[in-house]
Write a protein that binds this ligand. Structure first.
Ligand SMILES: [Zn+2]
Length: 235
């Protein structure tokens, strides 16, 4: 089994001041075998880190769509922000990438027993409460994505992890875990232990047998992101 943090940021994100090379030490200290760099709307940091040869890297991007965020993993090219979720998904898939919905219930206070929806005519139809919590969680998107992030260290409420896991299970999708680290010390706070993989296809098979782990970061960590927006130098 290998240990992978599937969601983290570098200074190529507008709200993160972590230099790309400092991710290497952070990942080693956290005993990670692999990281997915998922900067906001760019893959520059991921490409730089992978080119260093110092750390195993999945090239990802947290993409701001017109309806909320999606993560693309195993990307070759960046996907522009601001497209519809379906266009974004198409752009990820046409380059062989995988699509994950990050922190589906975000910072919302949701019930762990949230009514999720039901299968109808071979598709999962989410409840009104699910779509109200995050409009990207609609039927068309849920029928096309590969993964749902169940564990994210930057979410405020543990119930949102439970609700996200239940949603993934209801939709028949595998779950991921990621620290969403915007500072070095957050790296590895959430991770999956999973069988090894070589590419997107074998990753998707392996993640079905993954065990997600995580601890939530202090709410104070969000001030680090606000601070980073102010002090961040160009990477
Ligand atoms: Zn993020």
């Amino acid at each position: 089994m290998i240990s992978v943090d599937l969601h983290l940021h570098t200074c190529h994100s507008h709200d993160c001041a972590t230099p790309v090379e400092r991710v290497i030490g952070g990942a080693r200290r956290a005993n990670l075998d692999c990281v997915a760099i998922t900067d906001h709307n760019t893959i520059e940091g991921a490409l730089q880190l992978r080119a260093s040869g110092e750390l195993r890297v999945i090239v990802g991007e947290e993409i701001g769509t017109s309806e909320g965020e999606l993560i693309g993993l195993f990307l070759i090219e960046p996907v522009p922000k601001g497209l519809s979720p379906l266009e974004t998904i198409a752009r990820i898939k046409e380059q062989g990438g995988l699509v994950c919905i990050p922190h589906p219930f975000g910072r919302k206070r949701v019930s762990a027993n949230l009514e999720l929806g039901a299968w109808r005519d071979g598709r999962f139809v989410p409840s009104r409460d699910v779509v109200r919590a995050n409009r990207i969680l609609n039927e068309d998107v849920l029928s096309r994505v590969d993964l749902i992030e169940a564990v994210n260290s930057r979410t405020f409420f543990r119930n949102s992890w439970t609700a996200a896991s239940r949603l993934a299970e209801a939709c028949g999708l595998s779950v991921t875990a990621g620290s969403d680290a915007h500072t070095v010390r957050e790296i590895g706070r959430s991770r999956v232990e999973m069988p090894d993989f070589t590419d997107a296809e074998s990753f998707l098979k392996a993640i079905a047998d993954a065990r997600p782990f995580g601890v939530r970061s202090s709410l104070l960590i969000h001030f680090a992101s606000m601070y980073a927006r102010v002090v961040r130098d160009k990477c």
